[in-house]
Design a protein around this ligand. Structure first.
Ligand code: PEP
Ligand code: MN
Length: 338
């Protein structure tokens, strides 16, 4: 952190400030310029509150030169994190994980048909919502515990690990016991009570980026989970809110290389919620591989037009098979297997 003070600061005030930082275990480099004085703070500055420091009338500006996240930062953990789920190693540069399944679990027949279909085309993890975060309280809310049971049946039938979204901290124990990857949806990315509970879990967490969250906010949410003791976090870029209304969200592809540079955590792309349209899923999935994502999470339904949730963005099983063929074809260029 660099603190810039006015050149007019009284020496006694400057000495007191420097002394205060040193008492906090920080090294302080003082650089005297023509118009200002810069204090370079070296050490762990996370506990310093920049807004409070700015209340000091002698302080002009504060610049953070270190990310506020630590456990999620590549600087503190240069080697990449690989999260193993069933046969998938998410974060391993030689693999491209494909997570597929319906937006919501609807019936036993539906989830078994989709699970078998995506498995045959090459998915490595099955997705399916049992608790749905719907904008309207009148929309289908998911089958809840019954949905979870049906997902477990689909896992038993196919051998595919399951990922499903959690909304309430009260269900953390159940999810930790019953599912293979726990999804935190975009709307709950900053549900800090939930993140703290998930920090105590043994299962990997798929952390979706919030609707309007910056990359730093997203990584800070990962930090919440990791600081609780769970380092198995998979980030998921699922599109963000912008002024553009043609697509449901705007897929921020640039977030992938950015996150890869800033963090050691694996990152996957959700092309379904990004665009909101099934015909865009394929080009966005191919782009995800090209930009260096570790995989995709894609919505697939046996009959999209009758889906209870997100049918317009869901691929049918035939479209999913075509997508997998395309991904396999380009994967050789990127040295990845999928
Ligand atoms: C979902 O995966 O079905 C979902 C609701 O996604 P998001 O949280 O990204 O909107
Ligand atoms: Mn959905």
């Amino acid at each position: 952190m660099v603190i810039v003070t006015k050149i007019s600061i009284e020496q006694s005030h400057l000495d007191a400030m420097v002394e205060d930082f040193r008492a906090k275990g920080l090294e302080v480099d003082i650089i005297r310029g023509k118009d200002s004085i810069a204090l370079g703070l070296i050490g762990d500055t996370h506990s310093l509150d920049a807004d409070r420091l700015l209340l000091n009338p002698d302080v002009e500006r504060i610049m953070r030169v270190q990310e506020p996240f630590k456990k999620a930062s590549r600087k503190f953990h240069p080697q990449k994190t690989v999260v193993k789920v069933g046969n998938a190693s998410i974060g391993d540069d030689t693999q491209f994980a494909v997570i597929a399944g319906p937006c919501s679990v609807e019936t036993k027949e539906q989830i078994l048909t989709v699970a078998n279909g995506v498995k045959n085309s090459g998915a490595s993890i099955l997705r399916g919502g049992a608790y749905k975060p719907r904008t309207s309280p009148y929309s289908f809310q998911g089958l809840e515990l019954e949905g979870l049971e049906l997902l477990k049946e689909a896992r038993a039938a196919t051998g595919l690990p399951i990922v499903t979204e959690i909304m309430s901290p009260a269900l953390v124990e159940t999810f930790d016991r019953d599912v293979d990857v726990i999804q935190v949806g975009a709307r709950n990315m900053q549900n800090f009570d939930l993140l703290k509970e998930l920090g105590k879990c043994s299962k990997p967490i798929l952390l979706k980026r919030g609707l309007s969250s910056t990359i730093e906010e997203w990584l800070m949410s990962a930090e919440y989970i990791m600081s609780g003791g769970n380092s198995k976090v998979i980030l998921c870029e699922r599109g963000i809110r912008t002024f553009e209304t043609y697509t449901r969200n705007t897929l921020d592809l640039s977030a992938i290389p950015a996150v890869k540079k800033l963090s050691h955590l694996p990152v996957v792309v959700d092309p379904s919620h990004s665009a909101g349209m099934s015909w865009m899923v394929e080009p966005l999935s191919l782009a995800a591989m090209a930009v260096g994502a570790d995989g995709i999470i894609v919505e697939v339904h046996n009959d999209p037009k009758s889906a209870l949730c997100d049918g317009a963005q869901s691929l049918d099983l035939c479209q999913y098979e075509n997508l997998m063929q395309k991904l396999k074809a380009i994967s050789v260029h990127f040295g990845r297997e999928c």
